[in-house]
Write a protein that binds this ligand. Structure first.
Ligand code: NAG
Ligand code: NAG
Ligand code: NAG
Ligand code: AKG
Length: 281
């Protein structure tokens, strides 16, 4: 009897140890993946831009779809934290995984000025190895190439299908995904279009926004980084933007026709969902 009891205790102790080791290490793996850079390392000496304050509402999944429609859909930007778990998609977006699976695929780069006229087709691997680099403060927007959208959907579908989309929607709208990868200090200068969501997968991205009737003063040929260094410090209180810096797993929503500009603090992987009215809905 006593021997059996002793034996059971012994098994139990091993079981507890086993669970502790396995569960803990799984926890740490998820943690590492979320806060690691997935191989998209940025040397700290190349971090020219800094994260800024956040004056935009931040919600977790306690915001209901109805609350989203009432408070934000057509009225104001909002940030979501932990409303989806894209750890699987994040894994697929590590540098090694993307280069292995998509290195030979063609992507079309756009210049990072407001009216991105320049479109340059290159292989994804060429972009990663030869073009993707931290932004120099003096380089003009038309001389900075950026990967955002313009993928051949047929080729990129296996990846994009793994992305868990934001759980909020606008009635009567359909969405299209745009995948991005860009260097530290790069960004898209102020522009506007329909409503949408932007999520960071790796890195940090600083977002600046203005309501449709408050067009910011900026030179469309210059980069967001130049605007931040030259114009931002001189803004009056009433001219300051809505802004927030978001990291992995965080999503921003911007309403229709709101001005927005972005600045990648680190080398960043990101994905947007652009919403458009679907006449058939
Ligand atoms: C970028 O624009 C500037 C003027 O804003 C121009 O001088 C320069 O040639 C342009 N560079 C490219 C690559 O188009
Ligand atoms: C997209 O990729 C598929 C598969 O490689 C190819 O058949 C198709 O022609 C491509 N489409 C465009 C617009 O390049
Ligand atoms: C921007 O660059 C284009 C092309 O170089 C030029 O025609 C235009 O005047 C520039 N705009 C401003 C505001 O500097
Ligand atoms: O994420 C970015 O850097 C660009 C996003 C953007 O401009 C957009 O979603 O319209």
């Amino acid at each position: 009897m006593a021997a059996t009891k002793f034996f059971c205790r012994w098994i139990e102790a091993f079981f507890v140890l086993f669970v502790q080791v396995c569960v803990k290490s799984e926890d740490t793996d998820a943690h590492k993946l979320l806060y690691s850079n997935g191989g998209w390392y940025t040397d700290t000496e190349n971090l020219i831009a800094q994260p800024g304050p956040c004056n935009i509402d931040v919600w977790d999944n306690s915001l209901t779809q109805q609350g989203f429609l009432q408070k934000y859909a057509e009225k104001a930007p909002v940030i979501f934290r932990s409303v989806t778990d894209n750890s699987n998609f994040r894994k697929l977006c590590s540098k090694s995984s993307l280069v292995e699976n998509y290195g030979s695929k063609e992507v079309v780069l756009s210049s990072a000025n407001t009216y991105s006229y320049t479109k340059v087709p290159v292989s994804f691997q060429h972009y990663v190895e030869e073009i993707l680099r931290p932004q120099d403060a003096n380089t003009l927007g038309n001389e900075t190439l950026y990967l955002f959208g313009d993928q051949n959907y047929t080729e990129w579908e296996p990846l994009l299908d793994q992305y868990i989309q934001p759980p909020y929607y606008l009635p009567g709208h359909t969405g299209a995904l745009s995948f991005g990868l860009a260097g530290a200090g790069t960004g898209v200068p102020f522009h506007f279009h329909g409503p949408g969501f932007g999520e960071v997968i790796y890195g940090r991205k600083r977002w600046f926004l203005y309501p449709p009737d408050q067009q910011p003063a900026f030179n469309p040929n210059r980069t967001t980084l130049q605007w931040l260094m030259e114009k931002y410090p001189q803004l009056e209180e009433s001219e300051k933007p809505y802004e927030c810096t978001i990291g992995p797993g965080e999503i921003i929503y911007f309403p229709d026709r709101w001005w927005h500009g972005t600045l990648n603090i680190d080398t960043s992987v990101f994905i947007s969902k652009f919403l458009a009215i679907a006449p058939w809905l």
